[in-house]
Design a protein around this ligand. Structure first.
Ligand code: SF4
Ligand code: SF4
Length: 472
């Protein structure tokens, strides 16, 4: 029989709190090969995010998701609610890309392109410019409040909040035309709608809170990707690793000392790899779920190795197999192509090719045929059978289109009503169509017929839709 669980009031029993207060991590800045890559990704992703919404295209915003009008503009492409198929394909492509790149490169996305990483990097840069390097910040945080400390903290938070709000404004600018939004904000006449105000503030303060305050907590406790990515890893996935065989036994030494003769490994136990780590872990303890794969510790350790005139790569990108079998880069890269990555890669390539072809062949015209339910069929004055239809014609191009409507499928079938219609750009119009058939040209009941809608502006734009003609 198991012992009863001690209550927290039992003074003899140790009480384990489920809450651990956050310890402030004073990250040391680092430069090097991977830091350059990280900053390149910061510049690229932010230039795209902050810049794309200002780009004009055909007299409108190049990328705009107009939820109210239910139209998504992406350069020359316009997506309507009927195009939800492409959204599904986009999600499938995103999922397979994630599977493929995680299987090959581990947490490359987390370390280099995730918005949390990118904004934390920017916010830490601002912090360092205002409060100084790691030691200055630690000293400042330990000091009692003073006018200087208050000024530095106020400046830092002021810039963080301004950047957060600019980010929120940009985010909303993808859903409301950004020039209109800018005028509304700058006019100071409360022109902003309640939803726009809410989302600018919400997104702005989420950015400020996540990148300024919560930082690694988001990766450790909030991000679901960190939890399920292990299912996508295998023994040939690239991970940031410490070469314990080469590094241990660790210990301080002088540069001139023959450390191998002294029985020491390459690790000088300087702690730089821990100080530069944004999640505050020690990679020498082995692979940990907190590691976001940012490789700051690789740059930090490489600098130490250079100073000591030891070969670089005590901490490096490697794989579990490579560490066990002591493979070099050549063998590691040779294992990039393996059944799992080949399957993901082939599926991804096929989906991208199919989606690309579907987009290229996409018709800028959609037609829905609806039979008149009130008066199904009647005989006209010439003893012909008459059926009524409504054609919902959707011009999804950005120019007006002149369409001609035709019908076929039964002998002697013709349209009595107006066959020609001009529809403005990005507009749906409902057109009444009256179809006549000689009574002997079909069987009693429903007969298959076809409507053809063709553009007179561009002969490649044509749609054929089937329907039924009722002979009573
Ligand atoms: S930076 Fe390199 S040498 Fe310094 S403690 Fe880390 S692993 Fe050891
Ligand atoms: S252990 Fe290295 S790669 Fe992992 S999060 Fe820390 S610094 Fe980045």
């Amino acid at each position: 029989m198991s012992a009863p669980t001690p209550l927290s009031g039992d003074s003899a029993a140790p009480v384990q709190s489920l809450y651990e207060a956050r310890k402030n991590i004073h990250v040391r800045s680092v430069s090097g090969r991977f830091s350059t890559w990280r900053w390149a990704l910061v510049w690229i992703t932010q230039a795209v995010f902050y810049g794309l919404c200002w780009l004009p295209w055909n007299g409108r915003q190049a990328v705009l998701f107009e939820l109210a009008e239910r139209k998504f503009y992406i350069f020359g492409l316009i997506f309507w609610p009927q195009d939800v198929f492409y959204l599904a394909v986009l999600l499938i492509i995103a999922a397979y890309s994630l599977f493929l790149f995680t299987a090959i490169g581990g947490r490359l996305f987390c370390g280099y392109a995730c918005p949390q990483t990118v904004y934390t990097e920017i916010f830490m840069w601002i912090e360092e410019k205002i409060e100084g390097g790691r030691n200055s910040r630690m000293k400042l945080d330990a000091e009692p409040m003073s006018a200087r400390k208050f000024g530095l903290k106020a400046a830092k938070h002021g810039i963080w909040i301004a950047l957060g709000l600019w980010t929120g404004f940009t985010f909303v600018g993808y859903f409301t035309p950004i020039r209109t939004l800018a005028n509304e904000v700058l006019s100071f006449n409360f022109g902003l709608g309640p939803w726009e105000t809410f989302w600018i503030l919400f997104y702005g303060f989420t950015t400020y809170g996540n990148a300024g305050w919560m930082r690694e907590q988001v990766c450790k406790y909030m991000c679901p990707y960190a939890r399920f990515q292990s299912a996508m890893f295998d023994h040939d996935t690239l991970i940031v690793t410490y070469d314990a065989e080469r590094g241990e036994p660790r210990g301080a030494r002088s540069k001139k000392q023959d450390y191998q003769a002294a029985g020491k490994g390459s690790c000088v136990d300087c702690g730089i790899c821990v100080q530069v780590c944004p999640t505050g872990i020690d990679i020498r303890d082995g692979l940990q779920y907190e590691c976001i794969g940012c490789s700051a510790c690789i740059d930090g350790c490489d600098q130490v190795m250079d100073k000591m005139s030891y070969p670089r790569g005590l901490i490096r990108y490697s794989t579990e197999h490579a560490m066990q079998a002591k493979w070099g880069n050549k063998e590691v890269f040779a294992h990039v192509l393996r059944p799992r990555t080949l399957i993901y890669g082939v599926i991804l390539a096929l989906i991208i090719i199919a989606a690309g072809a579907a987009l290229a062949l996409r018709m800028p015209l959609k037609v829905d045929v609806i039979r008149d339910r009130v008066e199904q069929a009647r005989e006209d004055e010439n003893l012909m059978i008459e059926n009524h239809y409504r054609l919902q014609i959707m011009n999804v191009s950005e120019v007006p289109q002149h369409y001609l409507i035709d019908v076929s499928g039964m002998a002697g079938i013709f349209i009595e009503s107006e066959r020609s219609v001009v529809i403005p750009p990005l507009t749906t119009q409902s057109v009444s169509v009256e179809v006549h058939v000689p009574p002997a040209s079909g069987k009693k009941g429903y007969n298959r017929i076809y409507f053809a809608v063709k553009s007179l502006n561009d002969e490649r734009i044509a749609v054929r839709e089937k329907s039924n003609f009722l002979i009573p």
